[in-house]
Design a protein around this ligand. Structure first.
Ligand SMILES: [Zn+2]
Length: 297
């Protein structure tokens, strides 16, 4: 299964076509990948998942000089798949639309317009809901998407929805401390030792460690605006679209991160299977927004 999922990392683009696994009718052996289910099994899968679907998200962008353009997509798909194996949920094909304007100067980057990105996000959720998914969990593998997805969650309150969008926020201080001890570098953030280790764990064939030091992944310190945020900050610091040093990947680090992320995500899925507080509060909120003058003061 693992190898199959890894190879399927770009299957949403129709690049690969692998022989299908046999479709099992027994509900506890249902595949979790949305696109691998037959239509009759899809109905069972929605029921088995309690209407929960994971949306692995990433982007197509340069990852230093040594990693493939779809690194984030491969990693978020792996985390979502491992979580679904621990606690059943549907897993949507990778979402490769997002915020990546800061890397438009690098070869291979695909940066759709903000309008299209928003539309794709919105309509992807609408289509999930139309198919019985009422709890959507975004599993993000791309740092440049963090503000976008947080804002997307906030924007759910603008209009009545019959589903809830949850943005997975892993938090494991023990993992962070252990990884720090194992690391040989003390800087990073993009295509660095950690991210390279993760990809190396599942797709070593895509990691070109011999190229990892051919460009600088150091902060170039080209901008210093006090108390201000501006979009060019990343380009100012990391014009090579590389932050860190990925020349010494470590499978122990990669496996530790996958394990922790998958376990926390599975815990979130399990929680949402029985907890409806977010959907109930959302419903109550929409009702109140129709008549704000009736809200108790
Ligand atoms: Zn990345």
């Amino acid at each position: 299964m693992k190898l199959k999922h890894a190879i399927f990392a770009l299957s949403f683009l129709g690049i690969f076509s692998l022989p299908l696994l046999s479709q099992k009718s027994d509900s506890d052996e249902l595949p979790y990948l949305w696109n691998e289910l037959s239509a009759p099994d899809f109905v069972k899968a929605v029921e088995l998942s309690d209407g929960i679907c994971l949306l692995p998200a990433g982007i197509i962008e340069k990852h230093g000089p040594h990693l493939p353009l779809s690194t984030d997509l491969i990693l978020s798909r792996e985390i979502a798949s491992r979580a679904a194996e621990l606690e059943y949920a549907l897993v949507y094909p990778e979402f490769y639309f997002g915020q990546i304007y800061e890397a438009k100067h690098q070869p291979g980057t695909v940066a759709y317009s903000p309008e299209l990105v928003w539309k794709m996000l919105e309509e992807t959720c609408e289509e999930m809901s139309r198919n019985g998914i009422k709890k959507i969990i975004i599993v993000n593998g791309h740092g440049g998407n963090n503000n976008l997805f947080a804002y997307f969650c906030q924007a759910q309150l603008a209009k009545r929805k019959d589903y809830v969008v949850v943005f997975f926020q892993p938090d494991d201080k023990q993992l962070d401390a252990e990884v720090t001890k194992l690391r040989t570098t003390d800087y990073g953030g993009h295509a660095d030792e950690e991210e390279t280790s993760m990809l190396y764990t599942i797709r070593p064939d895509l990691v070109h460690t011999d190229q990892a030091t051919s460009q600088s992944g150091r902060d170039q310190l080209r901008l210093n605006i006090p108390y201000g945020y501006t979009g060019i900050w990343w380009y100012a610091s990391f014009p090579n679209h590389y932050a860190g040093d990925g020349s010494s990947p470590n499978k122990t680090i990669g496996e530790m991160i996958f394990k922790s992320r998958a376990e926390q995500l599975a815990e979130l899925v399990k929680f949402l299977k029985t907890d409806d507080s977010a959907s109930k509060l959302q419903k109550q909120f929409y009702q109140q927004t129709d008549n704000p003058l009736e809200t108790e003061q």
